[in-house]
Design a binder for this molecule. Structure first.
Ligand code: ADP
Ligand code: 5GP
Length: 188
């Protein structure tokens, strides 16, 4: 069983590509991360995330229970619990970790050849801006923050095992499926 680590600047099309991947490659399951952000919409504890208070999250950090974590701004944490991925692998699941670029490096270091790290890259910052504007979910200020963050994240692309450029969607979907299938087949 393997770990597939996926990172992308927000708005690149990661959710779209992961959705397609999961429909075409059997046996993939999301790793359930912990977060201190409140649940959104229909999100349930233990399904999308383990929802913890910032205090509870800090206690887990102090106990050394995270394989990696980030504090994106004060009191807003996301992290991968050490036991979570291992339990899923033991159950016979291939695990998808959808994490930021720093978390991706930590998880790759931990699992080594048992993990494939994939960076999904937008064709350009300008294309990313257009996608975020077209998606229509963020204010101009949030879009500018995401683009500034994207410039930083793009510098990490060479550290990933594979890069999939999401320009033409159909081509990117095919490429992403091929990259993951080839990896899984060579690690059976
Ligand atoms: P992310 O999960 O990376 O934030 P989404 O999957 O929500 O990104 O995609 C951001 C927006 O861009 C969505 O409106 C999506 O339909 C659109 N999109 C995704 N891939 C492409 C593509 N190759 N070309 C144009 N638009 C795309
Ligand atoms: P959201 O709040 O939209 O659910 O998640 C925002 C982003 O947090 C995700 O796109 C993902 O990159 C990042 N993230 C989610 N879980 C983890 C985690 O366990 N570790 C790290 N490092 N990042 C995470």
């Amino acid at each position: 069983m393997s770990v597939i680590i996926i990172s992308a600047p927000s708005g690149t099309g990661k959710s779209t590509l992961i959705g397609h991947l999961m429909q075409h490659v059997p046996g993939l399951h999301f790793s359930i991360s912990a977060t201190s952000r409140p649940p959104r919409g229909t999100e349930k504890d233990g399904v999308e995330y383990y929802f913890l208070t910032p205090e509870a999250f800090r206690e887990e950090i102090a106990r050394g229970n995270f394989l990696e974590y980030v504090e994106v701004y004060p009191d807003r944490f996301y992290g991968t619990l050490r036991t979570q991925v291992d339990r899923q692998l033991e159950r016979g699941e291939h695990v998808i970790c959808d994490v930021d670029v720093l978390g991706a490096q930590h998880i790759k270091q931990h699992y080594g050849d048992r993990a494939l790290s994939v960076f999904i890259q937008p064709p350009s910052i300008e294309a990313l801006r257009q996608r975020l504007e077209a998606r229509g979910t963020d204010s101009a200020e949030v879009i500018n923050d995401r683009l500034a963050r994207a410039e930083f994240e793009l510098t990490f692309a060479p550290k990933f095992d594979r890069v999939v450029v999401n320009d033409d969607l159909a081509q990117a979907q095919q490429h992403f499926v091929r990259v993951v299938q080839e990896y899984l087949q060579s690690h059976e």
